[in-house]
Design a protein around this ligand. Structure first.
Ligand code: DAH
Length: 371
């Protein structure tokens, strides 16, 4: 009787184990578990029927049944783990992240044409040994005007259409800088005259004037340049700026003209014009032609400005220049209107923006790739 029972149980166990090993899905496995160990499962029923046997059989078969139960639970757990591994493997195979996907195909943003111009200027001037510095947008009256030899009653103060901030406690009115020239003063103040040979800086940044039409915006951008050292002369100024204009506009024979002018912080001062031709449709072509276009202001740093920052003008001389970046950008890339520069219109940015991965350098070329 006991041996017969044991044989039946052994057969049952073999069936269940082979069912487990042949199961192909977790739900098949779950069915086997329910059919064997569940409330009305085959093994459970044997356990329930134990009470019909005598004590000895009960004990022997009871132990045997528990052993069988343990084996079934173990092989179900093993099979479950196998399913888990298989599932993970398949997931890894099918859920690949293709990191080689080229960004050109996706809808990436573009670099604003002004940022592109700043990068181009940095590349050109870095090649001539210039470093790049920045200064604050909110300036004191002293740095924006006084230190640049622009006196209280000087008409330049009115010409600049300055935005003034509320006066602070001691009555001083801060200004939104009207040009990047105040950073010239800030850089010269930092010079350690004991260890000083020469400095070359460009200073790109935002500037502000109360002015708004197709060619003026209340916030615009300039780039300042400053070279200071011993024996710096007008020849250096001319060579540097002619080189800059020809490189920026990619025209090795671009005509460049220096026209006498006036700025309070330079003496002598010159405005720089480049040659261009007016087409019959009114558009401008940069290069040889009978027209001239003014693109920047420049001059030799005024001795009074040097005195003001404690530099002896009989020992050191320098030249400076300043240019409007919107104008340079519009001319180079044929953008007719200044206003959309700040409208955040994605269609405009898509049309005039540049690929952000295309870094300008003198070696790879300065003509940016439009997006
Ligand atoms: N700051 C001048 C302006 O905004 C531009 C300028 C002219 C800057 C001559 C200079 C310079 O450094 O030398 O109109």
């Amino acid at each position: 009787m006991v041996s017969e029972l044991k044989e039946d149980l052994q057969n049952l166990l073999n069936d269940i184990i082979s069912g487990i090993s042949n199961s192909e899905t977790p739900s098949e496995l779950e069915d086997i578990r329910i059919n064997s160990l569940g409330k009305n499962g085959s093994v459970t029923l044997y356990l329930k029927n134990l009470r019909n046997y005598d004590i000895k059989t009960k004990k022997e078969i009871g132990t045997y049944l528990n052993e069988i139960k343990k084996q079934i639970i173990k092989s179900i757990t093993d099979k479950k783990n196998l399913f888990k591994k298989k599932y993970l493997k398949e997931k890894l195979k099918t859920e690949k992240i293709d990191i080689s996907l080229t960004p050109y195909e996706s809808d990436i943003g573009t670099l604003h044409p002004l940022s592109r111009t700043i990068e181009e200027l940095c590349a050109i001037f870095a090649d001539m040994g210039f470093s790049i510095v920045e200064g604050p947008d909110i300036e004191s009256d002293y740095y924006n005007f006084t230190a640049l030899n622009i006196s209280e009653e000087h008409p330049a103060r009115q010409e600049h259409d300055t935005f003034y901030l509320q006066p602070d406690i001691d009555g001083q009115r801060k200004v939104l800088r009207t040009h990047t020239s105040p950073v010239q003063i800030r850089t010269m103040e930092k010079i350690d005259l004991k260890n000083f040979d020469e400095i070359r800086y460009i200073i790109p940044g935002r500037t502000y004037r109360s002015d708004h039409d197709a060619t003026h915006s209340p916030m615009f951008h300039q780039c300042e340049g400053l070279v200071l050292g011993k024996n710096i002369n007008m020849g250096h100024l001319k060579g540097c700026l002619i080189d800059f204009c020809r490189t920026y506009f990619n025209e090795s024979n671009l005509p460049v003209r220096f026209r006498p002018s006036y700025f309070p912080f330079t003496e002598p001062s010159a405005e720089v014009d480049i040659g261009c031709k007016k087409e019959s449709d009114g558009s401008l072509v940069i290069g040889e032609g009978e027209e001239w276009l003014e693109i920047l202001g420049s001059g030799m740093v005024h001795p009074k400005v040097l005195y003001g920052v404690g530099i002896d003008p009989t020992k050191y001389q320098g030249f400076a220049f300043g240019m409007g970046l919107e104008r340079l950008t519009m001319l180079k890339y044929g953008i007719p209107d200044l206003r959309p520069f700040y409208d955040c219109d994605l269609r405009w940015l898509k049309h005039y923006g540049f690929l952000p991965v295309d870094n300008p350098s003198l070696h790879s070329g300065l003509n940016g790739v439009f997006s």
